[in-house]
Write a protein that binds this ligand. Structure first.
Ligand code: TXA
Ligand code: MG
Length: 348
């Protein structure tokens, strides 16, 4: 199958993408978080193609992408007050709300669960595409299962070429990490299943009388996750990754690079501008990725997955990365880095 990359502008472009969705095909599309791999969310056979194209386990449910709140209401049984409040404030935006599913949503979308995740992306191309298709678009991130999520059309192409007919190109995704997932099925409690750009602090500030919990998997690694996808290997680069956090990351990285180089390894480094300044001279520029000023969480989030893929086709045997503090968006960044490194996070 030939995979076309199209920068959609005219109604005819969107109609073409919508026509593919109506005929059961997959179309990748940009959102403000990462690119999605979309199918008709009301059609089980179409959604099955998603799992095939990604190599994704079929018990890992998909998010339904909707163009407006009316479309969300059709996909779920009811929208309780807490969920309605969060949607009013944060939709369109990087928030996925888990609610009891409506009967007509196919089991393949929800991995057999009685709940469904709905999200309205804050991206013009995404919403125009969904509206033209006229159905909710079921979509996971458009990467091969286990790999970092794609934030450009070119990275979607790297994983999906030959597997899907069309990629809608919207340039680089603004945020770079996937949406915050909140479970709103229990009245009086909101549980964050996956941290994202709608932060715990932002949710708590909106809901002062509601308990905002973190899912067990985010606080204790040995407990069963409630978002089924969180149990699988995720975001992994092709070579082993070790993450450093703390007050003296630059010195620790310096020592580790020297040790690895002496042992014959070729190590690449993903770090802040400040840290790379210290490392200048012991690692070549080609083996570094600059994530911007230290502590600038939005800069780090928006380049994180690009950084994790950057050294894929280079002669590199291991990766080192500088982590960050776990407040605000830092929580989402460290959640992804912890998974990408298989838990190899060192405090220095
Ligand atoms: O930002 C995003 O959310 C991106 C863009 C494309 O919208 N999508 C995305 O999808 O990250 P995916 O499939 O890569 O991650 C969805 C996560 C998985 O961990 C899945 O287990 C969880 O959402 N999930 C989906 N439906 C669920 C449900 N009913 N209950 C609990 N977790 C659910
Ligand atoms: Mg994903």
């Amino acid at each position: 199958m030939n995979t076309e990359i199209l920068r959609p502008t005219s109604p005819a472009d969107f109609e073409r993408a919508a026509q593919l969705i109506r005929s059961g095909e997959l179309v990748a599309f940009p959102t403000e978080t990462v690119y999605g791999l979309g199918a008709n969310g009301l059609d089980a056979a179409s959604c099955r193609h998603i799992y095939e194209a990604k190599g994704r386990p079929s018990d890992n449910p998909l998010i339904l992408h909707i163009a407006d709140l009316a479309m969300a209401q059709e996909a779920v049984c009811a929208v309780p007050p807490t969920a309605a409040h969060l949607l009013t404030v944060f939709a369109p935006g990087p928030l996925t709300v888990i609610l009891p599913k409506a009967a007509h949503i196919p089991d393949i979308v929800t991995g057999g669960l009685s709940t469904v995740g709905v999200r309205c992306p804050d991206h013009d191309i995404a919403r125009r595409f969904i509206r033209t298709a006229g159905v909710p678009i079921a979509a996971p991130s458009a990467n091969t299962s286990g790999r970092p999520s794609p934030t450009t059309a070119a990275t979607v192409y790297a994983d999906m070429a030959g597997r899907i007919p069309l990629i809608l190109d919207g340039g680089s995704c603004r945020l770079g990490v996937e949406s915050t997932i909140v479970d709103c099925t229990e009245e009086g409690i909101v549980t964050i299943l996956r941290p994202g750009a709608v932060t715990r602090e932002m949710i708590a500030a909106e809901l002062p009388h509601i308990e905002v919990r973190m899912d067990a998997v985010l606080t204790a690694a040995d407990e069963a996750p409630r978002a089924p996808g969180m149990k699988y290997t995720h975001y992994a680069p092709r070579v082993p990754l070790t993450v450093y956090v703390g007050t003296d990351v630059a010195a620790a990285l310096r020592e580790e690079i020297l040790r690895r180089t002496a042992a014959g390894e070729r190590t690449a480094v993903i770090a802040s501008n400040e840290t790379l300044t210290v490392l200048c001279g012991i690692v070549s520029a080609a083996h570094t990725y600059n994530c911007g000023a230290r502590g600038n969480h939005s800069a780090l989030a928006s380049c994180l997955y690009d950084a994790l893929r950057r050294f894929d086709n280079m002669d590199v045997t291991s990766l080192l990365a500088e982590g960050t503090g776990e407040t605000g968006l830092g929580l989402a960044i460290m959640n992804r880095l912890r998974k990408a490194s298989g838990g190899d996070v060192r405090f220095v």
